[in-house]
Write a protein that binds this ligand. Structure first.
Ligand SMILES: [Zn+2]
Length: 145
């Protein structure tokens, strides 16, 4: 084998090694689900709850009841993102949060239809489920979906 080929093979091996190292510890298996350990805000996923808990335990929860009562799909009609998992995360200070996420463990948010900055209230009527992406696009504008 000439030197150039040998160097190239070593380079390939190093790249693969590096990738394996980068992936190491990024996923955790909970109840047979392979999930990203730190899917957003670098918070750690520590538990996947039965999805039925959304209705049984959090049906009256201020934020989570929006999903329980108004549906699981992002309110943007062009978006296919749907809440599929109920998870417990731990933030950097050790605080625990219950959140709903989609298949890729991306956070599903609650959107104020009329933004709070424009006089929108905290009633269920003024709230709708929305994926993080569309929620950030919408920001504080009034986009009727
Ligand atoms: Zn969306």
């Amino acid at each position: 084998m000439d030197r150039l080929k040998k160097d190239y093979r070593q380079l390939e091996r190093d790249v693969v090694k590096q990738r394996v190292k980068e992936d190491e510890g990024k996923f955790v298996v909970i109840d047979g689900l392979s999930i990203p350990k730190r899917p957003y805000y670098d918070w750690e996923v520590i538990e996947v709850l039965p999805f039925s808990d959304l209705y049984d335990m959090y049906g009256e929860h201020k934020r989570l009841s929006v999903f329980a009562k108004k549906g699981l799909k992002c309110a943007n009609p062009n978006c296919k993102k749907v809440a599929t998992h109920l998870i417990v995360t731990k933030d950097h200070g050790g605080g625990r949060h219950v959140d709903v996420v989609d298949d890729e463990f991306k956070l599903m948010n609650v959107d104020h239809i009329v933004p709070k900055s424009k006089g929108g209230d905290e009633s269920l009527d003024n709230k709708q489920p929305m994926c993080e992406y569309h929620n950030s696009l919408k920001s504080n504008q009034l986009i009727p979906y």
